[in-house]
Design a protein around this ligand. Structure first.
Ligand code: NDP
Ligand code: 8X3
Length: 253
């Protein structure tokens, strides 16, 4: 059943974002889905339209580019700017290395994507929510925001920034009836490790062997739960891991 509500999900071409898009479509939302891979966005649009009868607006842009973010979002017609839920999900980790040996280009990419990208998207969407005095921003952090693990330094720092920004947004946006939730997942088998290890499939697979990791759909269920609560209830901060993962660095294999 259609709700007339709209969700904007960044990084919807894979993993959590794609699963969230499907979940919100199933729940009757209109979807604005974003990512850099145009053909994946087109396939997702077809899947959501044909599978769930959802209205879908794909927007192809790189969250690292302030100009591209602004241009893409400002291109939305007025009736698509009424965004009820923004899921700031686009993000990545690149490699694992000690701080003295880190690749500075990788650092820039992680900071530009996970922190600045989230800020650019939020800065454009928040005034639209503010004008309507309603909205819900769900930022995807990580257990890496809560506990730093060996060789995770900069990635963990970007997710700690997402944690801090979520707290700040929640305070600043309270007067406008805008809820802010941070969802911090643990290890989940998506394209995340393939991206982290730059296409090395066996290294990526190895991360998830010997235990049952989260699936993208598990995280989408949690995001949907947060979004589906009544206006007077806000999950501020939520950590979700596979049962086999006791914390950010301890996994029972
Ligand atoms: P995936 O690699 O499966 O998906 C990442 C998504 O982010 C893709 O849709 C990708 O789209 C998008 N993205 C990456 N860089 C950019 C960019 N510069 N501009 C626009 N979109 C971008 O990973 P996950 O689904 O696992 O990760 C989603 C989020 O969850 C990330 O923020 C990640 O840090 C976080 N996370 C992941 C965990 C895990 O174990 N998987 C655990 C905790 C948090 P495209 O390439 O088409 O641009
Ligand atoms: C992604 C999970 O543990 O690889 O944030 O950092 S982890």
């Amino acid at each position: 059943m259609k709700t007339g509500k709209t969700a904007l999900i960044t990084g919807a071409t894979a993993g959590f974002g794609e699963a969230c898009a499907e979940r919100f479509a199933r729940e009757g939302y209109r979807l604005i889905v974003t990512g850099r891979r145009k053909e994946r966005l087109a396939a997702l649009q077809q899947k959501l339209e044909e599978g769930f009868g959802a209205e879908v607006m794909p927007l192809e842009f790189d969250v690292r580019s302030r100009e591209a973010v602004t241009a893409a979002l400002e291109s939305l017609p007025d009736n698509w700017r009424q965004i009820d839920v923004l899921v700031n999900n686009a993000g990545l980790a690149l490699d694992l290395s000690t701080i003295d040996e880190g690749n500075v280009d990788d650092w820039e990419t992680m900071i530009d994507t996970n922190v600045k990208g989230l800020l650019y998207v939020s800065r454009t969407v928040i005034p639209w929510m503010k004008a309507r005095k309603s909205g819900h921003i769900i930022n995807i952090g990580s257990t890496a925001a809560k506990i730093v693990y060996a060789k995770g330094n900069v990635y963990c720092a970007t997710k700690a920034a997402v944690d801090a920004l979520s707290q700040g947004m929640r305070i600043d946006l309270l007067p406008y009836g805008i809820k802010v939730t941070a969802v911090h997942p643990g290890a989940a088998e998506t394209e995340f490790s393939l991206v982290r290890f730059k296409g090395d499939e066996s290294r990526a697979k190895d991360v998830y062997t010997g235990f049952q990791p989260l699936k993208a759909e598990d995280v989408a269920d949690v995001v949907w739960y947060c979004a589906s609560l009544p206006a007077h209830v806000c999950i501020n901060d939520l950590v979700v891991t596979a049962t086999a993962q006791a914390n950010a660095y301890y996994t029972f294999k």
